[in-house]
Design a protein around this ligand. Structure first.
Ligand SMILES: [Zn+2]
Ligand SMILES: [Zn+2]
Length: 367
């Protein structure tokens, strides 16, 4: 009911910290202003395992009418991170009730997954969180999978979500005399069309690449040709070499189209999260855990997705794997896509999430 957007999760973090402090045997600290870390130190030998949940909401208006609908206008838990938070709190409760623990368990309630550069970046590269961590795991609820299904895969799982910003600089003028102007709208439209050729003609069909122009802003009225048009979009890749080539592939189109029509341009390529590549061994352990927890009929091979996820930052410091737990139940209308204004969860998925994370934590302490 109280969603807070990326880097503003103050009330959320305070709530989580208070809940954790009410559990015995956990050390609770905050490495950044809006994240919370809980640590359970066991007395028996074992690895140091990190479990991660993200806690932030999205800047969008909820269109649901539940009694637990968002009380913060313009903020909504439309990605299910409130579910991830609830799951990890449930795991923490179970862990605190477990008489002894093998190795050390760290549970990070991470802020700001939804906004570049992401909360994981500062936790992983700017704090001691990852010091001594042997293995890491985390989950995302998935409304497009049936509730209770667990999906795991080894290798490339989620894409690098980079962004492009293009400003087409034309020459303004009277709309009745386009020959005296350089129309940035006509040029921008050509750029949008031609960028699709980068995907369909410039890159092998076997290499995954998505280029989507998602923002096109220009002009003020009907009889004025504006002097500039602004375009933004996203570029998604898995392959590191293709990701390196992408800025030049795209700028070449922008440059060529602008030159052909006498316009100039400004171009920036903004790096987003790294691609999320699951460790093979850890993914294998998670698959075994899924077979134990939900059984073979509900254990699936996850499909790679062009979505991005800053969980990839943790994987730069320790082996690990990310997995999905289905939360889609058509009868409960919990199968709207993530980031939809009517998104919601089938709360039965929370139980599967807790069981999976707790069992994974215990198993990864040794396997
Ligand atoms: Zn999201
Ligand atoms: Zn998410």
């Amino acid at each position: 009911m109280h969603p807070e957007v990326s880097f503003h999760e103050h009330r959320t973090a305070a709530y989580i910290a208070a809940e954790l402090r009410g559990m015995t045997g956990l050390e609770v600290t905050q490495l950044t202003p809006t994240s919370v870390l809980a640590v359970r130190r066991g007395t028996r030998p074992g690895r140091t395992v990190l479990l991660r949940a993200d806690i932030d909401a999205l800047p969008m208006q909820e269109e649901n009418s539940f009694e637990f609908v968002s009380q913060n206008p313009g903020s909504m838990h439309a990605c299910g991170h409130d579910g991830h938070t609830a799951i990890l709190l449930g795991v923490a409760q179970l862990v605190s009730e477990t008489p002894d623990w093998d190795g050390e368990l760290r549970m990070i309630f991470q802020h700001a997954e939804e906004q570049n550069p992401g909360g994981a970046e500062e936790l992983v590269f700017g704090t001691s969180l990852m010091d001594g961590v042997d293995v890491v795991t985390g989950l995302h609820l998935n409304s497009q999978l049936p509730t209770g299904v667990v999906a795991v895969r080894a290798g490339a799982f989620m894409a690098a979500p980079d962004n492009i910003h293009v400003t087409v600089l034309g020459k303004g003028g009277h709309a009745a005399h386009p020959e005296e102007a350089v129309d940035p709208i006509a040029v921008g439209a050509q750029i949008v069309t031609n960028l699709q050729h980068v995907v369909s003609r410039g890159v092998s069909a076997l290499d995954a690449l998505v280029v989507s122009v998602t923002y096109f802003q220009a002009g003020t009225t009907t009889n004025v040709i504006p002097d500039r048009a602004e375009l933004k979009g996203t570029v998604r890749t898995f392959d590191a070499a293709l990701r390196e080539r992408a800025p030049e592939l795209i700028e070449r189109v922008v440059r060529g189209v602008c030159e052909a029509h006498g316009a100039r341009y400004e171009f920036t390529f903004e790096r987003g999260y790294r691609p999320l590549i699951n460790d093979e061994r850890v993914a294998g352990v998670l698959r075994q855990v899924a077979l134990d927890v939900v059984g073979e009929a509900r254990t699936r091979e996850a499909q790679p997705t062009m979505g991005g996820e800053d969980f990839s930052a943790y994987l730069q410091k320790a082996p690990g794997a990310y997995f999905n737990v289905g939360s889609g139940t058509p009868e409960l209308a919990s199968d709207y896509p993530h980031h939809h204004p009517r998104f919601t969860l089938d709360e039965a998925a929370l139980l599967t999430g807790v069981q999976m994370m707790y069992a994974a934590a215990r198993r990864l302490a040794h396997d």
